[in-house]
Design a protein around this ligand. Structure first.
Ligand SMILES: Cc1cc2nc3c(=O)[nH]c(=O)nc-3n(C[C@H](O)[C@H](O)[C@H](O)COP(=O)(O)OP(=O)(O)OC[C@H]3O[C@@H](n4cnc5c(N)ncnc54)[C@H](O)[C@@H]3O)c2cc1C
Length: 401
């Protein structure tokens, strides 16, 4: 392949205490948490709206913040965003028992999850961040990191103004794909199995709104071998989510499947119309950081002294996982944390922690830590935990069972 050398010098256009890379659920949570600590926070987002997959990707089911046995396990910003998402009413799955003081039996019967309106959530999330003092830069892609020893000193961005640099104190990688980690030459791992094709879209049929979930779920290979429910691949191909050309192809295939599905609907009901399609690729697991710790499904109810919050398992009732600080901390870059779907977990665990509520948990903890410390190798975990507790976060299984 022919290579050309690109030599450009870029102006340093600004600086911030905490740079949050990506404005999905993890980025919203990290930016909010860091700003509430009184730091100058800059959130960089490639698209022109917040929420990532949870809004622009039309994945509008806020999966459970409980363990399925009647115990809430996610608090703090994870709960705050769930409530915000249904500020004007739930689209579906209203969790009455949880929001209106139901019995434990009722809470066991219906998990604490909701379906929400993506557009309202985009607008409310943006207002929440602006009110907290977060600076948001939309339409801007992070494309490189400038290093000073094992620290990121500047983040290189590109937008309509061209390329420029931002001088940073700490960085939280909420890109979903550990893009910043890769640019900083942090250790990363990729999801070898790849992703099935997904094509979720909204339609109006007979005056009723519906969400069509083509490619509803995907199960890691190793669990399939153990006889778990099989996935519903639309095509046998899998997508890494990390290749520009492949992503374009994935989007085109997703559009073609949406159109084919809609045509069937239209043939049965000529008043049917598509009301919304996703504007970003619906990809679940791509690349993650290698952290000081790596969470696995075998860690159910395991006590971690450095826990930063908990998550249940959206796929089954019972498990509770404490999330150690080590899973958000890069092993080799001292001012870099990750949050959301690119934290350090095994392939089997990835499908559990990548979901909306868990992304909020790791986002909140990463945002607070990024505001409090400038070298995460020297982070005082007890004071981080004290800040999390002030926000109502519960850290250990024993506090909810
Ligand atoms: C088909 C499908 C179905 C799903 N179903 C559910 C479900 O029912 N319920 C549930 O809870 N979860 C579900 N999920 C998972 C969940 O939606 C996501 O994993 C979660 O929302 C990820 O949040 P995040 O903030 O980590 O990442 P993302 O939502 O991916 O956000 C990352 C953000 O960073 C931005 N970005 C990326 N790279 C850069 C860059 N280099 N520079 C600047 N900006 C960048 C992106 O534009 C994006 O806004 C599903 C996912 C898929 C794909």
């Amino acid at each position: 392949m022919r290579h050309i050398e690109e030599k450009i010098s870029v102006p340093v256009k600004g600086k911030c205490d905490v740079l949050v890379a990506g404005g999905g659920i993890a980025g919203i949570s990290a930016a909010l948490a860091a700003a509430r600590q009184g730091r100058d926070v800059l959130l960089i987002e490639n698209e022109f709206g917040l929420g990532g997959l949870a809004t622009l990707g039309l994945v509008t089911i806020y999966l459970p913040i409980c363990d399925g046995e009647g115990h809430q396990v996610i608090f703090g910003i994870g709960e705050e965003l769930l409530r915000l998402s249904i500020k004007y009413g739930a689209e579906d799955l209203y969790p009455k028992a949880w929001l209106e003081g139901g019995t434990i039996k009722e809470k066991k019967a219906k998990r604490f999850r909701v379906r929400y309106n993506a557009n309202q959530f985009i607008l409310e999330a943006e207002k929440l961040l602006l009110d907290a003092g977060v600076r948001i830069l939309y339409g801007t892609r992070i494309c490189a990191a400038n290093m000073s020893d094992s620290r990121i000193s500047d983040i290189i961005i590109e937008n309509k103004s061209g390329r420029s640099a931002i001088e940073v104190g700490t960085v939280v990688d909420c890109t979903g794909d550990a893009d910043v980690a890769r640019f900083a030459c942090a250790e990363t791992e990729t999801f070898g199995q790849g992703n099935v094709l997904a094509a979720w879209y909204y339609h109006l049929t007979g005056g009723k709104k519906g969400l069509n979930m083509l490619g509803f779920s995907d199960i890691p290979d190793e669990e399939k071998k153990q006889g778990a429910a099989s996935s519903t691949p639309l095509v046998s191909r899998r997508f890494s989510g990390l290749d520009g050309e492949e992503l374009s192809e994935q989007m085109q295939l997703s559009h073609a499947h949406t159109l084919a599905d809609f045509k069937k609907r239209y043939e049965k009901n000529s008043d049917a119309e598509i009301s919304m399609i996703a504007s970003i690729p619906q990809i679940r697991m791509t690349r993650r950081i290698v952290g000081d710790a790596t969470l696995d499904t075998s860690d159910d109810k395991k006590y971690f002294e450095d826990s930063i919050g908990m998550t249940g398992n959206w796929r089954k009732c019972g498990p509770i996982y404490e999330i150690p600080f080590g899973v958000i901390k890069s092993v080799n870059i001292s001012n870099l944390l990750a949050a959301g779907r690119c934290i350090s977990v095994t392939d089997a665990m990835w499908d559990i922690t990548r979901v909306i509520p868990t992304c909020a948990v790791t986002g909140e903890a990463a945002g607070i830590a990024a505001a409090m410390f400038d070298d995460f190798n020297k982070a005082d975990i007890a004071s981080l935990q004290a800040e999390l507790r002030k926000n109502g976060v519960k850290l250990h299984t024993g506090e909810v069972l």
